[in-house]
Write a protein that binds this ligand. Structure first.
Ligand code: CP
Length: 324
């Protein structure tokens, strides 16, 4: 691998290799941080966030520093982008300073792939528009695999604003590749037009989805995008699609609950469900475990892309870019 721009078409064996290495990094991170290998010593990683972030940006920064790399934080508002410099010129100028990789978040779909075509440095997609957020999906998949011990045959429901969600798309690709059964549950107005080609089970009744699912990945209702007539009201959405104790208790079903964050409390998920880590009750929240796992997974991704780059023995990098 030279770039990580998405999970679409990523072979299952590569996903498994990253998850296995992330398990080793999680153990080091939690119990033996002095012995994290300094495999990226001397490397410079640009964190280029053209859109806000808390979890993704900080976890990439911790992961890079834990491996011995230095990080350069780029924000569009304080850069020459604010004077009209194009993203292509920005990347080429940073590349001329001999950086080694770009971690890119951008509000426009396709930007990560576009940048991977104009730079010889590694590009990691940290979320592009409504297209993909591969490292979020990898950490979600890691969390599910760690809990269930496997993914084959496990029913995973993705609940909420599927239409606008890059997290949903990356999870559908990655979970399907590893043999999970993936369902989506949302109002018809928030179902993507290409849902049939995604080969997922579609639910429009949350109670049916809960009966089917072993775990739910609840999505943030993207309030900045859903004011354009997608929903009758937030109250209506919450009533019909919010994940609450009352709903789980009615069906008497234990549910493992994930959410990529940030959460809208009492809209797509109740605080009881979001905050309950252990039963008693009908749910177990993995929200903060996901955040810890994010550091381990991003450490494994940076290492996979950069630790051997430039060396002949680096798999899949025989002098050319390998888009994933
Ligand atoms: N889940 C996620 O991408 O969160 P941030 O926007 O805080 O990075």
């Amino acid at each position: 691998m030279h770039h990580l721009t998405g999970l679409h078409d990523m072979p299952a064996r590569i996903v498994r290799t990253i998850l296995d290495r992330a398990s080793e990094h999680k153990a080091l991170l939690l119990h033996d941080s002095d012995n994290i290998p300094q495999s990226l010593k001397g490397r410079r990683i640009v964190l280029a966030f053209f859109e806000n972030s808390t979890r993704t940006r900080f976890s990439f920064e911790i992961a890079a520093r834990n491996l011995g790399a230095s990080t350069l934080n780029f924000s569009a508002a304080s850069s020459s982008v604010s004077k009209g410099e194009s993203i292509t010129d920005t990347i080429k100028n940073l590349e001329a300073m001999q950086v080694d990789a770009f971690v890119i978040r951008h509000p426009s779909s396709g930007v990560a792939d576009m940048i991977s075509g104009i730079t010889s440095k590694s590009v990691i997609n940290a979320g592009d528009g409504t297209r993909e957020h591969p490292t979020q999906a990898l950490l979600d998949i890691f969390t599910l695999r760690e809990y269930f011990g496997k993914l084959e045959g496990i029913n995973i429901m993705i609940l909420g604003d599927i239409l606008h969600s890059r997290v949903a798309r990356s999870n559908i690709f990655g979970l399907s590749a590893l043999g999970a059964n993936v369902g989506v549950c949302c109002p018809a107005t928030l179902l993507p037009g290409d849902a049939a080609s995604l080969k997922v089970r579609v639910f429009t009744d949350i109670d049916d989805a809960i009966r089917w699912a072993d775990a739910a990945i609840v999505l943030r209702l993207q309030l900045e995008r859903t004011t354009g007539g997608y929903l009758p009201s937030l109250e209506d959405y919450s009533l019909n699609f919010g994940l609450t104790d009352e709903r789980l208790e009615k069906i008497r079903k234990h549910m493992l609950v994930l959410h990529p964050g940030p959460i809208n409390r009492e809209i797509e998920i109740s605080s009881n469900v979001a905050d309950r880590i252990q039963p008693p009750g009908y749910s177990s929240s993995m929200l903060l475990e996901q955040v810890t796992n994010g550091v381990a997974v991003r450490t494994a991704v940076l290492e996979a892309l950069l630790a051997n780059s430039g060396k002949d023995e680096c798999p899949g990098n025989q002098g050319k870019s390998t888009k994933t």
